[in-house]
Design a binder for this molecule. Sequence first.
Ligand SMILES: Cc1cc2nc3c(=O)[nH]c(=O)nc-3n(C[C@H](O)[C@H](O)[C@H](O)COP(=O)(O)O)c2cc1C
Length: 149
Amino acid sequence: MHALVVYDTTYGNTRTIAEVIATELGRGTRTLNVADLTETSLDGIDVLVAGCPINGWKPTERMRAFLQTLTPGSLAGVRAAAFDTRIKLFLHGDAAGKISHALQTAGASIVAKPHGFVVEGTEGPLAPGETGKAGAWAAFIGAELRAST
Ligand SMILES: Cc1cc2nc3c(=O)[nH]c(=O)nc-3n(C[C@H](O)[C@H](O)[C@H](O)COP(=O)(O)O)c2cc1C
């Protein structure tokens, strides 16, 4: 399995979640900051997990720029899932759902519901228990991947 976890981050909390997910998915999983993506970064991947902070009720500008590079069919045969980090506000907006929709539009098969992980303030830290939830979410993804291969 060639799995890639692509993330954006300003203060490091989303990178922490990305690393927990990659560790849980196991061998063959790489993490990559969206800022370091190149034209060949997605070559040969079977699994793509993408996540970023919510910024202004939507994905970050860098994540949106990446999603815009995905042409219809470019993720055909790739299994995917999306997450975000967010503050626990009544009106926090959404990034994970929008990323998930974009991955699906590019042809990916979505294997888990989009998931938001909570930070306690703009700079973090992650709320208690959120890394555990990230591990559990990734374990669910891993089980889905094994069930469908
Ligand atoms: C410019 C800006 C806009 C933000 N907008 C939102 C928002 O609309 N909803 C929300 O829940 N959090 C919002 N946040 C909080 C971020 O989600 C939070 O800073 C982020 O999850 C931290 O992740 P990071 O450490 O990976 O950067 C915003 C933060 C910044 C800096």
